[in-house]
Each structure stands twice: as C-alpha cells, then as structure tokens.
Design a protein around this ligand. Structure first.
Ligand SMILES: Cc1cc2nc3c(=O)[nH]c(=O)nc-3n(C[C@H](O)[C@H](O)[C@H](O)COP(=O)(O)OP(=O)(O)OC[C@H]3O[C@@H](n4cnc5c(N)ncnc54)[C@H](O)[C@@H]3O)c2cc1C
Length: 372
C-alpha cells in the first residue's frame, strides 16, 4: 500500500469495525495487529443484541458461524440460590476466535490492509503526520486510531493516566462441551468473583470468570482458587466436575479495570476498550466497542476533506461517546459491586426471587438501545 491515510492499532472488534467502515468510505487503511488470526482472547463471548441491527445492516452479522441465540439470564448466589429472568433484549454467543477472524476477512474484502504479528511500539505526531513504529518498520499516516484494547504496552509508551490506577481483577476463560441450555446465559457468583457461562457456536460453551487477585494468591494458583472458591457454588462445582474442558490450560488476563480512559492522547484517537472499559457483568464491552467504532469512523468520514479536520472529528466523537457511554461505565461499576461480593450477591438473588420486577430495570441498565 502507498502511505495509508489512517493507521489502526489493534485488530479486535473496534479496530476491525473502524477499518471496515473507513475503507468502505474510500479511505486507505492500514491495520496493525500484534497477533495472527484466528486467536483466542479472554472474553465472555456474549454479545448484546443492541448491535444486531447494525451488524445486519452492514452485512457483518456472523450468521454463517451459527452463534447461539440467548434469551434468558440465570443468576446464582454463592450458596446456590437461583434466579431466572427473561432478558428484555437478549444477545448471541460466538467465540472471539471465529468472530474476529470473520471480521478480519470482511475488513480485507473491504480493502483494509492488515499486518499481523506487528506489535506497535511507538506513536508520535510530528506536524500533520503520525509516525508509527514496531521493531523493524516505520509507517506514516494522516490519522491514527488506537484500538489496542483494555491495556497494552503501547499505553505505557503513551504514558496514559489510567495505568496509575491498579486493578485487582483477574479474568480466566475456558471453552467446554457438556449439557447446557442453548438460550441461557448463567452468572454464577462465588466468594471474590463471578463466572459467566453461555453457549457459543458448534455446541461449544464459554466459561469465563473474574476473580479478585487476593483470592488467587491466598489459594496458591488458578486451579486451587477454583477448587476453593468457585466450587463453593454447587452449580459451578457441577460444571467443573462434569464438563469436558477443551483448552489444555486456561487463558488468563490480569489487571482488568473498568473506567473511562480518555478519548485522545497526542492527537491519537481511541476506540473500544482503549477509550473506556465496562464491567463484564453487563456483557456489553463488545457492543460498546462496535458502537464506539461506528461513532468514530462516521466522525472521521464526515470531517475528512482531503485530510482530517482533527478538531471537528474529536469534538463530534467526544459528544457522541460521552452521551452514550460515560454513565453506562459508571453504572456498570456500581452493578458490578452487587455481584462481586458474596453477601451482597446472596441478598441480590434473594431480593430478585421475592421481588423479580426489581431486576428488570437493573438488566435494562446494562445495555443500550439497538442501533443501525
Ligand atoms: C473477563 C472478561 C469477560 C468479558 N466478557 C464479555 C462479554 O461476555 N461480552 C462482551 O460484550 N464483552 C465482554 N468483555 C469485554 C470485551 O472483551 C471487550 O470490551 C472487547 O474485546 C473490546 O474490544 P476492543 O476491540 O476494544 O479490544 P480487544 O478486543 O482487546 O482488541 C485489542 C487488540 O489490540 C491488539 N493490540 C494490543 N496492543 C497492540 C500493539 N501494541 N500493537 C498491535 N496490536 C495491539 C490486541 O492483540 C487485540 O487484538 C469481557 C472482558 C473481560 C476481561
């Protein structure tokens, strides 16, 4: 490719959607991804249906992969009390392994050049040009989108404020096979965390949990903390003891934090988790990543007249982002507290059993309105 107009750093959901929309609008886009597709990531793999009309409209809904159709939520407390609720909007289950690969193929078809195994080390803005480098190459562009996810070595180079706040959460994920309902997402609480389970494609099941790192330390490791804390919930014990685990070892991610992080730094513009991360209980990080990519790429397209009008792009994107996400992220943090603590989650499930209508507004708060 001749010098790209836009460089996107990170080819997760937000980077790929930005790439597709910008490329379809005629911009020359280079996307740099440190891994190579397909690859697994720590994620619950439940996507809120708020994004379905948009994905269908853009011919990006991955129907051919056969995602599960999820309609019901089951919540259990650490002692095993159970609450079941129909989801007002619902969602679909699909592995990131397949979904990201599907989007990467769609991006290539749209004209995006993707360089895999390319870990960006440095981004500088000099005058009107960006200089982006990995270990061996230097790339120039008019605009850079940072979609490097929740935490990247690149954030250190950029000296981003959010890195100063440490987070105590560890994320763990497995794929399983076993007897599970097709249309239910389960949220099992345990002392120090909670675990989501839902079907994805090919009769496989995603099991993904967040746990406080002190619990892992106290137990002496991931497996030990599963036996000591997760097994206390009888539903989880039954799953761990009866399902077939498809990975040799779990996928683990540390320092999972939930906050807004700032939408720009040194004229680079952030999208998806790189801009702000929502607590996974809400099952909504991917929907936010898709929506923020739509807002950003539409702002870029609107204010690209031969070159980007940076100020106008950032102004429009910031307004849209703040209106849609700022409250959602802080609400997500509050709701997270209801499920990360064993006593509080016992009480939440008990209250939901007796007064189920109280749970509906809580569920509505965790997602946005469907969009096209
Ligand atoms: C435990 C857990 C469970 C979750 N469960 C759910 C769920 O069920 N539903 C949901 O909607 N959301 C869930 N989320 C959130 C969801 O995973 C994220 O919101 C979503 O992945 C954000 O997409 P993204 O494109 O912004 O970032 P990512 O998907 O993280 O993509 C970032 C990409 O950037 C690449 N990258 C990073 N640094 C560099 C670099 N220097 N150079 C080049 N490439 C780089 C990475 O390899 C990666 O491919 C969960 C998160 C966690 C931690």
């Amino acid at each position: 490719m001749k010098e790209p107009q836009v460089i996107i750093i990170g080819g997760g959901i937000s980077g790929l959607i930005n790439g597709i929309l910008l490329s379809r609008a005629g911009l020359k886009v280079l996307l740099l991804e440190k891994n190579s597709y397909p690859f697994h990531r720590v994620c619950g793999e439940y996507i809120s249906n708020e994004v379905k009309p948009f994905l269908e409209n853009q011919h990006l809904f991955p129907g051919e992969i056969g995602p599960s159709d999820i309609r019901e939520l089951e919540i259990t407390s650490p002692s095993g009390k159970r609450l079941k609720k129909a989801l007002d909007l619902g969602g679909f289950g699909i592995s990131r392994y397949r979904f990201d690969e599907f989007l990467a193929n769609e991006a290539r078809k749209s004209g995006v050049e993707i360089l895999e195994n390319t870990r960006v080390k440095e981004v500088k803005c000099e005058g009107i040009k960006f200089i982006v480098s990995d270990d061996s190459s230097v790339f120039l562009s008019d605009l850079v989108i940072g979609s490097q996810g929740k935490r990247s070595t690149l954030d250190k180079q950029l000296d981003r404020e959010f890195l100063k706040k440490k987070s105590p959460y560890v994320g763990v994920k497995y794929h399983l096979r076993g007897v599970f309902s097709n249309d239910v997402i389960s949220l099992h609480n345990f002392e120090g965390g909670y675990c989501g389970i839902n079907k994805i494609e090919d009769e496989k099941v995603n099991l993904c949990y967040l746990i406080h790192r002190d619990k892992v330390r106290k137990a002496g490791g991931i497996h030990e903390s599963e036996v000591r804390f997760l097994y206390e919930n009888p539903h989880l014990k039954q799953v761990f003891e009866s399902a077939e685990f498809l990975f040799e070892k779990p996928l683990i991610v540390n320092e999972v934090s939930f906050s807004t992080k700032g939408l720009t730094k040194d004229k680079m513009i952030f999208s998806g988790d790189a801009a702000g991360t929502i607590a996974p209980f809400s099952g909504n990080g991917m929907a936010m990543a898709i929506r923020s990519a739509k807002y950003l790429s539409e702002s870029i397209i609107k204010y690209w007249k031969g070159k980007p009008d940076h100020e106008k792009i950032v102004h429009r994107y910031t307004n849209l982002w703040q209106a849609e996400f700022a409250n959602r992220i802080s609400r997500g943090r509050k709701i997270q507290k209801l499920f990360g603590d064993d006593l509080v989650s016992e009480l939440t499930v008990k209250t939901g059993q007796v007064l189920p209508f109280l749970v509906d507004p809580l569920l509505r708060m965790t997602h946005g309105r469907p969009f096209r």
